[in-house]
Design a protein around this ligand. Structure first.
Ligand code: MEV
Length: 327
């Protein structure tokens, strides 16, 4: 017989997109790596049908809803993903006992590291443990992806897959392909522009461009697909020179989609002037972080700082969602 649990703590990693940004929304592949900055979620069972959240990192203090109130549309931003997920979980696996949830993040939600997907995945995993519902990675993915789509409306789900599988994955939406790549030692440098990007706005701007110039934009996506395929091999061969050159090519295609920004370009140029193998924006663009591959990481990091960027010392290829403790 399974022991009855009253509390579970899980954690899930943030992510950085290495190749295929934006094109992945339209069914093309991307490559994403999980990073060693995590979000922890502790879920405690309560004997009433309520959902309570403490999320101090995003300013949520003792937010409580009854099960009947979960569908309400007035959800504050800091709890929206958790509440959407809990609502969907209860639809699939009805329960009479509620939960109290506490989240704690090792990184700011401003960096574009995928805090919403990481918290959703960590919570989903904790719920499965606590209520003893067995879901494989794909089932957990689809539960979390539905929650993210319910809140955000758009997204390829690559960030959810990264938080679940961890490591470095080659991904096609909606988890129709998830292929782990053996690329532990990626010599990654990460620079934060200091600007928070709005993914939804940028994804919609690309959609609008695609509507106006369908053939041109499709051609850009096809070129991104080609280089993502080449990058998959280069990363597994640890051929950082080739992978870097492909990153730079990916950046010029993203510039054609008009999702880069002056701040991103400044940091990318600084990396390239300091002998990085290659560099590009990571994620939606417009701000957030850029990534570079470099032999002399310290030199590139110094150049990024000099240009006003903030160096994020994160390790790629981190482990996916995991249970940290149960009692
Ligand atoms: C945003 O981090 C990455 C995009 O490709 C959107 C998505 O894949 O959901 C722009």
């Amino acid at each position: 017989m399974l022991e009855k649990l009253s509390q579970v703590t899980t954690s899930a990693p943030g992510k950085l997109m290495l190749f295929g940004d934006h094109a992945v929304v339209y069914g093309y592949p991307c490559i994403v790596t999980a990073i060693d900055e995590r979000i922890n979620v502790t879920v405690t069972k309560v004997d009433v049908a309520t959902f309570t959240v403490q999320a101090p990192d995003v300013g949520v203090d003792n937010y409580t809803r009854t099960f009947a109130e979960l569908k309400a549309g007035d959800t504050p931003k800091g709890v929206a993903f958790l509440q959407a997920l809990f609502y969907l979980f209860l639809e699939g696996f009805p329960q009479s006992e509620g939960v109290s949830v506490t989240t704690q993040s090792e990184f700011s939600s401003n960096f574009g590291f995928g805090s919403s997907s990481a918290v959703t995945v960590a919570f989903g995993k904790a719920l499965c443990e606590l209520y003893q519902v067995e879901l494989d990675n794909f089932e957990l993915f689809h539960l979390c992806y539905q929650a993210v789509l319910a809140v955000q409306g758009v997204g390829s789900g690559f960030d959810i897959a990264s938080a679940i599988w961890g490591g470095t994955i080659y991904y096609k939406t909606p988890a129709s392909v998830v292929e782990p790549l053996a690329a532990e030692e990626i010599p990654l440098v990460v620079g934060y522009t200091g600007i928070k990007a709005d993914t939804g706005t940028l994804v919609r701007s690309v959609a609008e461009k695609k509507r106006q110039h369908p053939e041109e934009i499709e051609a850009v996506f096809q070129q991104i697909e080609k280089l993502t395929e080449l990058a998959r091999t280069a990363l597994m061969d640890e051929d950082w020179q080739t992978a870097g050159e492909l990153m730079t090519q990916n950046q010029s295609l993203l510039a054609q989609l008009e999702v880069s920004s002056q701040e991103l370009d400044n940091l990318i140029d600084a990396a390239m002037e300091n002998e990085a193998f290659g560099a590009k924006l990571s994620g939606a663009g417009g701000g957030d972080c850029m990534v570079a591959l470099a032999e002399e990481r310290a030199t590139v990091e110094a150049a990024l700082t000099q240009k006003g960027g903030e160096v994020m010392r994160v390790k790629p290829h981190a482990s996916g969602v995991r249970v940290e403790s149960r009692s």
